[in-house]
Design a protein around this ligand. Structure first.
Ligand SMILES: [Zn+2]
Length: 342
């Protein structure tokens, strides 16, 4: 192993949990919890550096490029203007490494960072750290908190280790980042990937079971096969040519949970339009305008867990190009949804 024995760990920011009506079926609530923090595929995430030496910034750029090259349908674009950014990255060496999860970054005030790196990113461990924090920004939780790992902790050893050097966490932080398990219903699939880039390494003595990790757990480093498979499935590379949605034409969609439909809108008249879903499905609907080579966010709506439909009302201009993206959480009673603008 090229990695030294003692290295600090990521201190994940608390994740927002959607407040759901109690009458939703468990299956519907689960899909909303699973998908609510993920980005609509095709989103352009603009990242901005608060500070940091060039070599450290370059390590982060390289990690974004590595995720993008899988390939993914998301785009990552560095911007020099803070106000243009969704992802704001600092290098406060006294604050550890952390990120918010997925779309939670949109709720962070523009004056605040959404990601920090608290140690050198130019070695192997730093490279995995950069990939890991970006993984959180893509919506991934910690893999060692996957209940299917079946990890039985030596809890007092865990507290002793993480409250000491080099992490100096509180007991609450330790519980939040290590001991707390994600509810089984809130995990995709039913397997654990000990080589995931979202898995911590652990020194000997913290894990009691599975017995093979009593001497410590050391992920391989970098993106695992399963990390890549998940990302390619959830954020697949997209064709640049999309089907055109014409005004007053309703398109019927049979999507499975997590699946997305994308349409190009080419209005020939400048006026206020309504864009809406129909049916009982839970969806997130986002509209972008194509500016040069880039898609800029115009408006979005998320009707998950409610009886209403995702609806946008916005002025569109003749001759401009727009893209509507609709991601399904729950297919509704009929399994069908429809999309129209008028
Ligand atoms: Zn983390």
């Amino acid at each position: 192993m090229s990695q030294p024995a003692v290295r600090p760990h990521c201190d994940l920011k608390p994740q927002s949990v959607p407040l759901l009506r109690p009458d939703l079926t468990p299956g519907r609530a689960r899909l909303i919890r699973l998908l609510a923090n993920k980005w609509v595929n095709g989103t352009v995430l603009h990242y901005w550096f608060l500070d940091g030496p060039e070599a450290q910034r370059q390590a982060v750029r390289d990690a974004f490029k590595e995720w993008k090259a899988l390939p993914l349908g998301l785009q990552f674009v560095e911007v020099t203007d803070r106000s243009e950014s969704e992802v704001r990255i600092g290098f406060d060496q006294a604050d550890g490494s952390w990120s918010y999860i997925g779309r939670d970054v949109l709720g962070i005030p523009a004056t605040d960072q959404t990601m920090n790196f608290g140690w050198d990113l130019t070695d192997d461990y730093g490279h995995s750290t950069a990939l890991h924090e970006i993984g959180h920004t893509l919506g991934l939780p910690h893999e060692h908190q996957n209940p299917f790992a079946g990890i039985v902790w030596n809890e007092e050893q865990v507290y002793t280790y993480f409250t000491g050097s080099p992490n100096f966490w509180s007991r609450d932080q330790t519980k939040h980042n290590v001991l707390d398990k994600i509810a089984a219903a809130d995990v995709e699939g039913s397997t654990w990937d000990p080589d995931s880039v979202m898995e911590y390494w652990f020194p000997a003595g913290l894990i009691q079971q599975p017995a093979q990790y009593q001497g410590g757990l050391q992920p391989a480093g970098g993106l695992s096969t399963e990390d890549k498979t998940w990302a390619r499935k959830f954020y697949p590379a997209q064709d640049s040519t999309l089907p055109i949605l014409t005004p007053f034409e309703s398109v019927s969609l049979s999507l499975t949970p997590g699946q997305q439909a994308d349409y190009s809108l080419e209005p020939t008249e400048s006026r206020t339009y309504q864009l809406s879903t129909f049916g009982t499905a839970d969806t997130v609907l986002v509209l972008f305008e194509k500016v040069g080579d880039e898609l800029r966010f115009v408006a979005g709506d998320d009707d998950s867990g409610t009886d209403r439909n995702a609806t946008l009302s916005t002025k569109l201009f003749a001759g401009r190009h727009y893209v509507a993206r609709l991601r399904l959480y729950w297919a509704g009673a009929s399994g069908q949804t429809a999309l129209m603008y008028w």
